[in-house]
Design a protein. Structure first.
Lengths: 360, 278, 305
């Protein structure tokens, strides 16, 4: 037998163990300074704001992104309620999240900037007394389409649901939890966007099932990714948020696209900041919320993500497209806008069951 | 033997195979080609995508996590898997029948055969339960390492087992007499003999870790985004972009260089000393 | 193997089993703790009731299996059966395609000079060493809207204008076959390497040339490799998650995406767990069927645990 290379074998294993030990140890030093784990929609916070918050709090902010409320809820349930310090759910999620015990009440004594909020966003119907949530940004859900492909459609949900309006160009629907989609189908069927009867939901679900069987249905894609696919010319029409389109109008990447609010009615949404039930760092979370509520920071946030601010004190400092009707709806537009019903308990289960069967 | 195959058939085999080889690499080549595009769906040459990549700190962080994940899991699984393969080949009663005798095989084959989605979701729920009752094992890099070790151990055990199964059992008896100690026998006989299998298994474990997406995806936590998760998220979010293609190109390139290098290295060594045939 | 075990005295048997547990124990324990117990928990959840938010609670029930069978608030629907059949079909087609490609490639490699055979085999395996997401999305560059293969498909009139091949069923099949082709080629190559060519020589004297010769002399010898390949391709393809997500666009769900939905988008853990049970039943049935087939046709001739 040849000489036994035992020392080398042991060195090899030992080196490996050391490497593994060093590797696993790496995340630890990060915990030495306080860390705020922010779980937020993608492209929703200005990296410069993150930097100035880190400077102010002498801490580290770790941003993780999600693309849908569903993803947020799923992660919160899968242990995320102890891993994130601030999350940014849409308003209609608040009753469910609080009932499930996934978010904790907010200590208002720490929020010195709360008074900056526009009064309509103080004490909202979805969260009386802002017990669990503080508004972050707000906006509208509408339709974005490529006018070089679909000519002069009526400003109606028919652009999605009527095959005659768009017989051949690819279109998508958001996947999410179905509120916007069922609402849109309800509105198109004449039940109104805020439909709340089970029979109406079922009729709307059946319409969406018909729609997704059309050959030019290109799949379920959330609003923001869909906007990006539209910029790349992959699809011709999709549901969209006003701020997403505002963003790409501002940076000049989607000037040819058109955004409108369907005449049958659509959603007025609010995204809110909330603190998960077992957040490691609730004090830092409150500091962050108060930081966002600051007038100057609120304006910087809106100027970055091109969404409307709920911050009265920030309004004079917002710029460009944020001053147009797309973000400050006219009284006529206002009539089209509805909050989505906040569902909880058995109602939620029924709705979720219906949406599940649409997706399969 | 190849003289049995007629010339016409050989030509037909080549005619089918070369296009398949080309097809295997066409998508990868296109990824590399489009990584030099100035913007999505635009032709041209620029290093824009690579520039974006370099400036994006989260890519570097994701790369670092991917490497930590691959190495940490491979080291632990190599240790566990080597012992497992060795133990089963040396100490298990050969040709034993009955359910009890088959339990180790069942345990070893389950991770290999279980669909990775079921694997990932099982881990997700398990870590979730453990975390909610004990506060331990919150989803993150550590849970990902645990999951990766779990699917790597069987492959290494099988590699080591296969290597040992080809050996004469008397060798072990002789070594046992010589060293009179199981531990010594293990380190002086077994380890050198199975060294190629251990190294091969270690490399295989790293490959498996880098290849995996599904299990990582379901066991990841906040701030534990690895390269595959980053790429998947970016595609779901924005579709394919030059920077994603640039990242893909770098990953493909690294794997190719390493594999070809390793291949050449073993060839040279094999040429130098024909040792125990594999 | 050896017959020492049968003749061993009891003390030696005890020492032997102690050593077995010291060496094999940690690895087995790890897999049991971190995979078998978790998957048992997952399967158990399939018999729990979903609360309003999809979390499993008592009492035990079979409702989730009703949901699997297609009952929902919309009434009964064949959706899930279609998804199951579609997954089976995709897996079978992908397996068939990879088997049909694997045979010529394996024998192409076998007929090359011995020195370059490992290189040719390596070139087959290499793409599978990059990440699954990368090599799957790479196909979007060929089959997405406004991509080369899509232009060809438009010219031939196979795909409606404005649409891409991906997202679509054909793109999923292609992606699956591409991802798992090496898993078919490697075991097939292993059994082809051990081929007894004297049988082929003898066969040439007895049978007609060409396909008949292959079918009667070569093919039977490669069956064990083929069956391993079928298992290695069909099972992961059936439950694949990445390929249908990236190339199928959530349009024509496969069972993997359906399961994942119940743990993400539309939370209902018991329903998701029940779907998992169905998925594993099909996987297990396929496995047992092929195991029996292997025993009948070739027998396990390799050193296996």
């Amino acid at each position: 037998m040849k000489t036994l290379p035992l020392p080398r074998a042991i060195k090899f294993l030992a080196a490996g163990f050391l490497l593994a030990g060093a590797g696993l140890a790496v995340p630890k030093p990060a915990q030495a300074i306080p860390t705020l784990n922010l779980f937020i929609w993608s492209d929703y916070i200005d990296p410069d704001l993150v930097k100035s918050f880190e400077k102010q709090c002498n801490c580290k902010l770790v941003e993780t992104d999600y693309e849908s409320n569903a993803e947020l809820v799923a992660k919160l349930k899968a242990g995320g309620d102890s891993q994130y310090d601030v999350v940014v759910p849409s308003s209609y999620e608040i009753p469910q999240l609080s009932e499930e015990g996934l978010i904790q009440p907010i200590d208002h004594s720490k929020l010195t900037n709360f008074k900056n909020l526009i009064t309509t966003f103080q004490n909202p119907s979805y969260d009386p007394g802002n017990k669990y949530s503080i508004p972050y940004q707000w906006g509208t859900t509408g339709i974005v389409y490529d006018p070089s492909k679909i000519k002069d459609p009526a400003h109606s949900w028919s652009i999605l649901f009527d095959p005659k309006v768009n017989p051949s160009y690819p279109f998508v629907l958001p996947k999410g939890e179905g509120y916007d989609q069922i609402g849109a189908a309800c509105a198109y069927l004449g039940y109104g966007f805020a439909c709340s009867e089970k029979s109406q939901w079922i009729a709307a679900a059946k319409l969406i099932i018909q729609t997704k069987k059309r050959p030019n249905f290109a799949g379920f894609v959330e609003e923001t990714p869909a906007r990006d696919q539209m910029k790349n010319g992959l699809i011709a029409v999709s549901m969209a948020f006003n701020g997403d389109i505002g963003q790409c109008y501002a940076d000049g990447t989607c000037k040819k696209l058109v955004y409108f609010l369907p005449k049958e009615g659509t959603e007025r949404w609010v995204d809110t900041m909330a603190i998960p039930a077992h957040a490691a760092n609730p004090q830092l979370a409150l500091e962050f919320i108060n930081f966002i509520l600051d007038a100057k920071n609120g304006a910087q946030l809106s100027n970055f993500n091109q969404y409307a601010t709920p911050n009265q004190a920030a309004l004079p400092m917002v710029q460009g497209i944020l001053k147009t009707e797309m973000f400050t709806p006219t009284p006529d537009d206002d009539k089209l806008l509805h909050f989505v019903n906040s569902l909880k308990g058995a109602e939620f289960k029924t709705f979720n069951g219906i949406w599940t069967s649409v997706l399969q | 033997m190849s003289n049995v195959v007629p010339r016409g058939v050989r030509a037909a085999l080549s005619g089918i195979s070369w296009p398949v080889y080309i097809l295997l690499y066409t998508p990868l080549a296109l990824v590399a080609y489009y990584s030099f595009a100035p913007a999505p769906n635009q032709l041209g040459h620029s290093l824009h995508g690579y520039g974006v990549l370099m400036r994006d700190g989260s890519v570097g962080a994701a790369l670092r996590r991917s490497l930590i994940l691959a190495f940490a899991s491979a080291v632990v699984s190599t240790a566990l898997g080597t012992l497992l393969g060795y133990g089963l080949s040396r100490f298990r009663v050969p040709n034993a029948r009955g359910i009890a005798a088959n339990i180790p095989s069942l345990i070893i084959y389950t991770p290999i055969i279980m669909p990775s989605l079921v694997f990932g979701i099982s881990e997700l729920i398990f870590f979730n339960f453990v975390h909610s009752y004990t506060g331990l094992l919150g989803a993150g890099l550590s849970t990902m390492v645990i999951a990766h070790i779990t699917f790597q151990v069987p492959y290494i055990a099988l590699t080591v087992f296969a290597r040992l199964a080809g050996l004469d059992q008397n060798l072990f008896e002789a070594s046992h007499d010589l060293y009179a100690n199981g531990v010594k026998s293990f380190f002086f006989l077994t380890v050198p003999v199975v060294r190629p299998a251990i190294i091969g298994g270690f490399l295989l474990a790293i490959t498996l870790s880098i290849d995996d997406f599904t299990i990582s995806f379901f066991t990841a936590g906040p701030g534990s985004v690895t390269l595959p998760i980053y790429i998947y998220g970016a595609i779901a979010r924005k579709g394919i972009s030059p920077e994603i293609n640039a990242l893909g190109t770098l990953m493909i390139g690294t794997v190719m260089v390493l594999a070809i290098g390793q291949f050449a290295f073993t060839r040279i060594r094999e040429g130098r000393a024909k040792l125990i045939p594999e | 193997m050896s017959a020492t075990a049968q003749t061993a005295v009891q003390g030696e048997a005890k020492a032997r089993s102690l050593r077995l547990w010291i060496t094999a124990g940690p690895g087995l324990f790890w897999v049991v703790l971190f995979l078998l117990i978790p998957s048992a928990v997952l399967l158990g959840i399939g018999f729990f009731t979903a609360d309003d938010y999809g979390t499993p609670v008592l009492p035990l029930t079979t409702t989730p299996f009703g949901q699997v069978a297609g009952f929902s608030p919309l009434g009964w629907d064949d959706g899930n059966i279609v998804i199951l059949l579609r997954s089976l079909q995709q897996a079978l087609v992908a397996t068939l395609v990879s088997a049909l490609l694997a045979y010529p490639i394996v024998f192409f490699i076998m007929t090359r000079a011995a020195a370059i055979r490992p290189l040719l085999l390596l070139l087959i395996i290499l793409p599978s060493w990059t990440n699954q997401v990368v090599r799957t999305y790479a196909w979007l560059e060929l089959m997405g809207p406004n991509a080369p293969l899509t232009w060809v498909a438009h010219a031939l009139g196979i795909v409606p204008v404005h649409l891409g091949i991906a997202p679509g069923a054909f793109a999923v099949t292609t992606g699956l076959a591409y991802n798992y082709l090496p898993y078919m080629i490697v075991p097939l190559y292993a059994s082809a390497e051990r081929l007894d060519w004297t049988l082929v020589e003898a066969g040439r004297d007895l049978y007609a040339k060409g396909f008949g010769l292959f079918w009667h002399t070569v093919f039977p010898q490669t069956v064990p490799g083929l069956l391993s390949g079928v298992i290695f391709v069909a099972i992961p393809a059936f439950g694949d998650y990445v390929v249908p997500q990236l190339l199928g666009g959530d349009k024509e769900l496969m069972i993997g995406s359906l399961v994942a939905n119940q743990f993400t988008e539309t939370p209902d853990w018991p329903y998701g767990a029940a779907l998992t049970i169905i998925m594993l039943v099909f996987t297990g049935a396929g496995l047992v069927a092929f195991r029996l087939l292997t025993r009948k046709l070739g027998g396990a001739d390799e050193a296996t645990i």
